[in-house]
Design a protein around this ligand. Structure first.
Ligand code: FES
Length: 178
């Protein structure tokens, strides 16, 4: 019969502990470990990239443009003088919009976020333009088209209805508010 102490000692020195695998004395084995760690690291990074890309792809598949089903009153006609602007929100939409009164019956409305890096644009009555103070971009106050500066796309344009009792938002004419 084998001595139990002898048996334990033999077992102890034949089972290689985990730390000894990671820090071997033998130089050849050491380079194996480095290669193994490198592969593990590579697999982990690839998994991270794969997960990130898949998430973005799936989100883009299920992202739908908001549907504006309700006609919403923005303001009473008489509460906005000719040449003035009014910033307003739409329930359920984070982005603010800006309504401009350009003439007696001429109203236009745009998303207020600059299409460059999303700073809010401000109305410049004298120049009849929407100006972005962040990087000095400007949009035409009638059409929302880019006049100058870094933005490359026009502002989202809202569809509005001018009724005797007020101005109403009824949907989007161009682009989306998010
Ligand atoms: S954010 Fe408007 S010009 Fe850059």
């Amino acid at each position: 019969m084998q001595d139990p102490i002898d048996k334990r000692l033999k077992k102890k020195f034949t089972d290689v502990p985990k730390w000894a695998e990671d820090f071997p004395l033998d130089q050849g084995k050491d380079s194996n470990v480095s290669r193994r760690d490198f592969v593990r690291y590579l697999a982990l990074v690839s998994l991270g990239f794969f997960t990130g890309t898949s998430t973005i792809f799936l989100r883009s598949l299920f992202k739908t443009a908001p549907v504006y089903t309700q006609r919403m009153k923005i303001i009473d006609r008489d509460d906005l003088k000719i040449g003035e602007s009014y910033v307003f929100g739409i329930p359920g939409i984070k982005e603010q919009a800006i309504l401009l009164r350009l003439g007696e019956d001429q109203f236009v409305a745009f998303g207020q976020k600059c299409t460059h890096l999303q700073c809010p644009v401000i109305w410049k009555k004298e120049e009849k333009m929407l100006f972005c103070p962040c990087h000095k971009g400007a949009f035409n106050g009638t059409t929302g088209d880019v006049l100058y500066g870094p933005p490359e796309r026009p502002l989202p344009k809202l569809k509005i209805e001018v009724a005797p009792d007020g101005v109403y938002f009824v949907g989007m004419e161009r682009g989306e508010l998010v």
